[in-house]
Each structure stands twice: as structure tokens, then as C-alpha cells.
Design a protein around this ligand. Structure first.
Ligand SMILES: [Zn+2]
Length: 137
């Protein structure tokens, strides 16, 4: 069906703008609750260690649960870490945290970002390949 401006102006056709459905909340299963507990107990301390070791300073760290990223970094210098990190071996956990720490200086994935990541995590390319074997739950 072809709709003309006349159809809309005359009211023959009504345009309805639907609000986007709120994002489905992830279930806090007992497994997720356990991961959250472990993540809160471990990740902030490890992030602080890595930051001190490599001379980064961030604002706050929060533990998140989502299926879209392992971690993220905001322009305000806050770092979010996914509780799923507790399912990874330590070298992959550190890789994600170092990646986010590097975003404190470069908020993109450009050449400067990669050079910095390379300097703090020389194995980053192999680690990036390995992390793809894991799925966020
Ligand atoms: Zn990134």
C-alpha cells in the first residue's frame, strides 16, 4: 500500500510511534547470584592492582550483568565489569580489565589504543581470539 502525505493529513492513515519495549531484565538465577558475589569480592581489587601496576587511575568500578559486553568504560572514568568474568581463566580476566583501563586514555579502538594495549598486554591478540570461545550468560 502506498501512503501519501494527504492520507496522513486527512487522518485516513494514522502514524503510531511505538515506544521501544523496555530491555528484558536478565534473570538472577542462583548461578548468576553466585557469580555476582564472587565478582564483587574479587574484581574491584584485581582492577586496582592492574591499574596501579600500569599507572592508570579510574573513578569507580561497578559489577554488571549483561550479555552485550565483558566490560565497558565511560568518559567519566568509570569502569563496568561483567560478572561473567568470573567464568574466565585469570589471563582472560586481566585482558578484559587492561582493555578497559586503556580506554581511560583512548575512548576508541584506534592505533593509539592498540599500541597502549600492546604495551600493557603483549598477548592481547591471542587473548582476544580465546575470549571468543566464551559466551555471556
Ligand atoms: Zn574496547
Amino acid at each position: 500500500m502506498k501512503i501519501t502525505l494527504g492520507d496522513i493529513l486527512s487522518g485516513r492513515v494514522r502514524i503510531v510511534v511505538r515506544r521501544r519495549r523496555p530491555r528484558r531484565k536478565l534473570k538472577e538465577t542462583p548461578e548468576v547470584a553466585e557469580l555476582r558475589k564472587q565478582a564483587k569480592a574479587y574484581l574491584p581489587g584485581r582492577l586496582a592492582e592492574l591499574a596501579a601496576e600500569h599507572g592508570f587511575s579510574y573513578n569507580q568500578v561497578r559489577i554488571k550483568h549483561n550479555v552485550s559486553n565483558w566490560g565497558s568504560c565511560s568518559v567519566k572514568g568509570n569502569i563496568n565489569l561483567n560478572l561473567n568474568l568470573m567464568r574466565l581463566p585469570q589471563d582472560l580476566q586481566d585482558y578484559v580489565m587492561l582493555h578497559e583501563l586503556c580506554h581511560l586514555r583512548h575512548m576508541n579502538h584506534g592505533p593509539k589504543f592498540h599500541a597502549l594495549l600492546e604495551s600493557v598486554c603483549p598477548d592481547h591478540l591471542a587473548l582476544r581470539r580465546r575470549i571468543k570461545e566464551y559466551k555471556l550468560i
